[in-house]
Ligand binder design. Structure first.
Ligand code: ADP
Length: 618
């Protein structure tokens, strides 16, 4: 496997290509060169043998040697013998061809002489080789190759000897070709060594040259891997203007562009994330299957899901709505829904308005998801509710006295007017009810002025102890009637201050009147006033009356809120006294709190800024 991998590298492939090219080239050259040389050697060798055989054939006059078979006379016989010997000497000395055997053959094919000593025993025997037979038939340049019993390769040539008219013998040469083949082998070896040397050199050069191609590619690969891992700070070194250099330049350019694009993308993402997280509205985005892909901090807060992972959850699950309802809001006409969160939890429930907007793909027009925008409308809902309640309360508060008045007027009309005592009582009731209505309308007008900030502040010089005394004086009749004791205790530090006397009188009147109303006979009321840290003063109206149950404390300052409606009304209360007091204190920048224990008593504390009267020590 590893070997296979090695072959998959460009470097190895290039080296193999180089080596194969050189090998093929050398082989082609070698085969052609060696073959041509071998042929030329052999041809030269043959032609030189033929030439020599031809020369010998020219030189030898066979007529001198023929007749050896006949029984000649003494002298002739001696001459013939001489002739054979001279022939032998010619054969062995004149054409001394190394490792070659020269035979002179007569017209009958009988060997007359041989240059090879070891073959002399065969003199007189017939040479039956086809070349000899052809030569004796007058054919020139006979030749062939043979391999003898020892495995030696030999060249055989035969030339006819003629006396001008007829062929009377042949020269036969058998020469070893081994030296020739040895030379050839030597040349082959040189060629082989050269080839191996060239291959090694090519392989080495291949490594170096292929490195110049593969190294930049490897570097670009490394860079691409680093980029894939998010590192865009590396640069490919460009070494030249060639194709790889151009690739490197293009790659570096691409890296820069990608870096820019990613940075831009990141910036956009951050912007979007910061917009989403700082938005006052909650945002939830889903994919085409309705699974949550984005949810911002505000949406988490509103839905009270903290940091729990909701991505990939269905939006209807996250919103706590039925799936069909969400689908009908997304695709239907009515894209708005109201949900109430935390109704069964301890925390105050919130009302959320959700706007569903499907997102469509620009090109195809198919929905790719939904955006749900969440708005906390709890306050709005509360206000709306309060307004509804207020209208209902006002109508109710007015209807009761009006109904009473109408019934009394009807009774008068029906004849009661004739009875002076009854008529007087009935008129008294209607007057009371009318006064209550006037009080109610006055209170409402007062509240409305305070709400619309139209009530002008008229700060006047006020002596606080005197102001409190006057409040007590105003209620002296009721106090006396109910035998309620009142004590006033003012901090010495508080003397003359600047405040809106009429408004503060109104607050004190409301509080003291409540204290009297809700304290049984024989009870007691205390009014305190003291200086607080900083320039603030505190007023406290305390009674030991019927008190207020805990559950009602939270809403006690609400308009028309009364603990016991029937009793309050019978006492002439409108349910607006505490709200008016709170609005006035608020308008002065102070705070008002009510603390009460059922059946034990109530205390209302309010603070006001302490503004010294010019020139007066406080
Ligand atoms: P009302 O005109 O009915 O007195 P307020 O706004 O002044 O209206 O008071 C609202 C309700 O608060 C009263 O109906 C009464 O039930 C309760 N309340 C106010 N002051 C006292 C108090 N000092 N002791 C007991 N209950 C009080």
């Amino acid at each position: 496997m590893k070997g296979m991998k090695l072959f998959q590298t460009i470097q190895i492939r290039l080296i193999i290509i180089y080596v194969l090219l050189i090998l093929i080239a050398m082989q082609l050259i070698g085969v052609y060169f060696v073959r041509t040389m071998e042929r030329s050697f052999i041809d030269n060798f043959s032609s030189s043998l033929q030439t020599q055989a031809g020369l010998l054939a020219e030189l030898i006059d066979m007529d001198q040697y023929t007749g050896t078979g006949e029984p000649p006379e003494g002298s002739e016989q001696d001459e013939g013998k001489k002739s054979i010997e001279s022939l032998n000497s010619i054969v062995s000395s004149l054409f001394d061809i190394s490792a070659a055997e020269i035979q002179i053959i007569d017209a009958n094919g009988i060997m007359l002489s041989t240059s090879l000593k070891s073959n002399e025993s065969n003199v007189g025997q017939k040479n039956l080789r086809s070349e000899v037979i052809s030569a004796l038939q007058g054919i020139k340049d006979n030749e062939s190759e043979l391999v003898d019993s020892t495995g030696e390769r030999k060249k055989v040539v035969a030339q006819p000897i003629s006396n001008g008219t007829k062929v009377n013998g042949a020269v036969y040469i058998e020469a070893s070709m081994e030296p020739l083949y040895k030379t050839m082998n030597g040349i082959n070896k040189i060629f082989l060594t050269g080839t191996i040397f060239a291959l090694v050199l090519t392989a080495a050069l291949g490594v170096i040259l292929s490195n110049t191609i593969t190294n930049p590619i490897k570097e670009i690969t490394r860079q691409a891997t680093a980029m894939a891992e998010g590192n865009f700070n590396q640069v490919v070194r460009v070494k030249g203007p060639d194709e790889i250099g151009q690739l490197g330049n293009a790659f570096n350019y691409m890296t820069d562009r990608l870096k820019e694009a990613l940075a831009l993308n990141e910036e956009e993402k951050e912007k979007l994330a910061s917009i989403l997280s700082n938005m006052n509205d909650g945002v939830i985005a889903t994919d085409d299957r309705g699974k949550v892909i984005v949810i911002n901090r505000r949406a988490r807060q509103m839905l009270r899901i903290g940091n729990s992972e909701v991505r990939n959850q269905e939006i209807w699950e996250v919103l706590g709505m039925p799936r069909e309802a969400v689908e009908s809001h997304v695709h239907g006409q009515q894209q708005m829904a109201l949900v109430h969160i935390g109704e069964d939890e301890e925390e105050e429930p919130v009302t959320i308005r959700i706007m569903f907007t499907p997102i469509y793909r620009r090109d195809k027009g198919t929905a790719v998801g939904t955006i749900a925008v969440l708005q906390d409308v709890t306050e709005q809902e509360k206000l709306e509710q309060a307004r509804r309640e207020f209208v209902a309360n006002v109508s109710h508060e007015l209807r009761t006295p009006l109904t009473t008045i109408r019934s009394y007027l009807e009774a008068l009309d029906d004849g009661a007017v004739g009875d002076p005592v009854l008529a007087h009582r009935f008129i008294g009731v209607t007057r009371n009810e009318t006064e209550r209505m006037i009080r109610l309308v006055n209170d409402l007008l007062h509240l409305s002025r305070l709400d619309s900030r139209k009530a002008q502040m008229a700060k006047v010089r006020t002596h606080v102890p005197d102001m409190l005394e006057e409040v007590a004086d105003r209620f002296s009749f009721q106090l006396q009637q109910k035998q309620i004791r009142i004590t006033i205790d003012v901090d010495r530090e508080i003397g003359e201050v600047k405040l809106d006397r009429d408004q503060i009188d109104q607050v004190l009147d409301n509080l003291v009147s409540n204290a009297i109303k809700y304290t049984p006979e024989g009870g007691s009321i205390q009014i305190y006033s003291k200086k607080l840290d900083g320039d603030w003063m505190e007023f406290r109206v305390q009674d030991n009356g019927i008190g207020i149950p805990k559950k009602d404390l939270a809403r006690i300052f609400d308009r028309f809120y009364r603990v016991d409606k029937a009793r309050s009304r019978s006492m002439g209360g409108t349910g607006l006294g505490l709200s008016i007091a709170r609005e006035i204190v608020k308008a002065h920048g102070g705070t008002i709190t009510l603390d009460s224990e059922f059946n034990r008593g109530t205390q209302v504390v309010f603070t006001l800024p302490l503004l010294k009267w010019e020139g007066e020590a406080v």
